[in-house]
Design a protein around this ligand. Structure first.
Ligand code: PMT
Length: 223
């Protein structure tokens, strides 16, 4: 039954947005609420998995019955994800991770001076790519938040980051993407589109995604 689809499996989910500090009271972040990642964590738990969520900044509560690890920056999320990776069967990277962080994190609050302030940013390490490089037995699922040419960029990410699947959402579409309770997901594998889900609640989308992942991670065909 559905309740046992992921029995005995260890699932790692990242959720929410990272926070990249500028100074003790300011940071760069994004609109991720954590809803998508939490819905995935909850769906996996309901299917019998042992679930760990690494969460950044979120605006809703984490589901019950899952282990929660709180982080702030992309760097901290990377550390936790790589530490837990070897013990995971399925990894879902639904977090919105900063691509850039401030080069300098000021010890004190940055003072106002002059009309302009130039902020220098540097690339963060790509967590998904790092996990892709170290992939052994894990079934690795990345997300792709796109605004155009969704399929092309999703397939490009899948290959570049050595994922098993990429779940794309067109974050410019009405009812999809950041913060809301609904999403429009398309699941891509190495041979292209596996399933395009219509607009639905993040909970329902997460349940379908994990149902597909449970079967595929055992080497089966989706039904
Ligand atoms: O949290 P919600 O409000 O419910 O919103 C859900 C969501 C829109 C955040 C979610 O559905 C989503 O699309 N998450 C991925 C957002 C994102 O960062 O996409 P991306 O295309 O920039 O990154 C692609 C993948 O690489 C993602 O799996 C991301 O976690 C990963 N990444 C990106 C940068 C980085 N430094 N490390 C990463 O691992």
């Amino acid at each position: 039954s559905r309740k046992e689809l992921l029995a005995g499996k260890r699932v790692l989910v990242t959720a929410g947005g990272t926070m990249e500090r500028l100074d003790p009271v300011r940071y760069l972040t994004n609109d991720s609420s954590g809803k998508m990642g939490f819905a995935i964590a909850e769906a996996a738990r309901m299917m019998g998995a042992e679930v760990t969520v690494i969460k950044g900044r979120t605006s809703v509560a984490a589901p019950a019955g899952v282990r929660v690890i709180q982080v702030e920056s992309a760097e901290q999320m990377l550390e936790q994800a790589t530490a837990l990776y070897s013990n995971c069967d399925i990894v879902v990277k639904a977090a919105a991770v900063a691509d850039y962080r401030p080069v300098v994190v000021a010890d004190q609050k940055i003072k106002k001076k002059g009309d302009r302030l130039l902020l220098e940013l540097e690339r963060t390490t790509d967590i998904l790519e790092t996990l892709g490089e170290r992939k052994e037995h894990q079934f690795l699922i990345g997300f792709a938040a796109e605004t155009d040419q969704v399929e092309r960029y999703a397939m490009d990410k899948l290959r570049r980051k050595n994922c098993d699947w990429i779940v794309a959402n067109d974050v410019s579409a009405e009812g999809a993407g950041f913060d809301g309770d609904t999403n429009i997901l398309s699941v891509y594998g190495p041979d292209g589109l596996i399933e395009a889900l219509p607009l639905m609640s993040k909970r329902s989308a997460a349940a379908r995604l994990m149902e597909l992942a449970a079967v595929a991670s055992r080497g089966g065909e989706p039904e």
